[in-house]
Design a protein around this ligand. Structure first.
Ligand code: SF4
Length: 349
């Protein structure tokens, strides 16, 4: 590790802003103080890599609407409960009597559907290519079991279209630290469009400090040599083609749809919608949900700017004052993968 950092620190490179788009990287970079160890000229910023943070207010509003319906139980991963949504949250709804439950796995929702047949069970499906296969497995199992009281409020997203939309013609970002977890599913080749279309180096990285340092060193070398390439610095977990079983699950259940991202807006092809054969499990159809407005962020909140890489946590006037992990005013302070929560906890920028 020390050798890597020494080599990295000693690099003489042109000004280079590296964006990471993975919440686990966001956390690890802050936790290990890696920003303080970069060579002169290199800067690390966070992008839209935290699944909780990028979930749009319209999806949260739909989840809240369902949570308040009698006879409905909404299952979600725990972090989603605390995300503020126009002065409300799923946690607050639960405190007021709504049936909102924390799941450790989507299969918790299936178990509930099988044992509580008088209830409508809704799984709130959020996250990227990493969590979407779990939702796919849930639906395949539910269909096989003939479950009729389970549905999914689907807000899953995929990275490539969002990165194209965010980074095409951008002047802020010079290189991409690719998300190791997503790449483990999709394959490193899924990021080849970054050098080929967006004309910037892209390096797939693991999550240990030395793995991140190695990926940054690779980026620094490319920048020094003027190379624009894709490199996989996480070969232990990421192959060129990805995980065929997980990809088959995704293909069996989902199809690309337009999705709304917090901070990025609507992006064609960046979401996962249920295929027609799973339409009966679509909570939006089952409950005939209207389009919900996104709701207002807290006054001064810069989460949207953060997710576009246009601001850093301490530039938000609410950071550490009106917004802390105990009382988050925006989603980036909720999850350990959020940029604000990571900086609040470990320091740095
Ligand atoms: S400090 Fe809070 S309100 Fe401000 S950008 Fe971060 S999460 Fe959003």
């Amino acid at each position: 590790m020390n050798k890597l950092l020494h080599a990295l620190r000693g690099m003489d490179i042109p000004p280079t802003t590296v964006m990471e788009v993975c919440g686990t990287h966001t956390n690890a970079i802050a936790r290990f103080g890696l920003r303080q160890l970069l060579p002169p000229g290199m800067r690390l910023i966070s992008g839209p890599g935290c699944p909780v943070c990028v979930t749009d207010g319209t999806d949260l509003a739909a989840a809240l609407f369902l949570a308040h319906m009698p006879g409905v139980a909404v299952y979600s991963f725990g972090d989603m409960l605390r995300v503020p949504a126009a002065g409300d949250s799923l946690l607050r709804a639960r405190e007021l009597g709504a049936d909102v439950r924390i799941a450790t796995s989507p299969m918790d929702a299936l178990e509930a559907a099988l044992s509580e047949t008088d209830k409508e069970i809704v799984w709130l499906g959020v996250g990227f290519e990493t969590t979407a296969p779990m939702t796919a497995a849930l639906l395949l199992r539910a269909r096989e079991a003939g479950v009729g009281n389970l549905s999914v409020l689907c807000a899953h997203k995929t990275m490539p279209a969002a990165l194209r939309s965010l980074l095409r013609d951008n002047q802020r970002v010079d290189a991409l630290l690719c998300p190791g977890h997503v790449a483990a599913i999709t394959g490193a080749e899924d990021f080849r469009f970054v050098p080929e279309e967006l004309r910037m180096p892209a390096v797939v990285a693991g999550f240990e400090p030395e793995e991140i340092a190695l990926a940054l060193l690779q980026i620094a070398r490319m920048r020094q040599r003027g190379q624009v390439e894709l490199a996989n610095c996480y070969p232990a977990a990421v192959s060129a083609e990805g995980n065929p079983a997980a990809k088959a699950l995704l293909t069996a259940v989902f199809e690309p749809v337009t999705a709304r991202w917090r901070g990025l807006g609507e992006i064609a092809g960046s979401g996962l919608g249920l295929r027609r054969e799973f339409a009966g499990f679509d909570a939006r159809r089952r409950f005939d949900l209207p389009e919900f407005p996104p709701g207002e962020d807290a006054a001064g909140c810069r989460c949207a700017d953060l997710l576009r890489g246009e601001a850093e946590p301490r530039q938000c006037p609410l950071f550490g004052r009106g917004c802390t992990p105990d009382r988050p005013a925006g989603p980036c302070m909720v999850s350990a993968e959020g940029a604000c929560a990571a900086v609040y906890r470990y320091g740095g920028n």
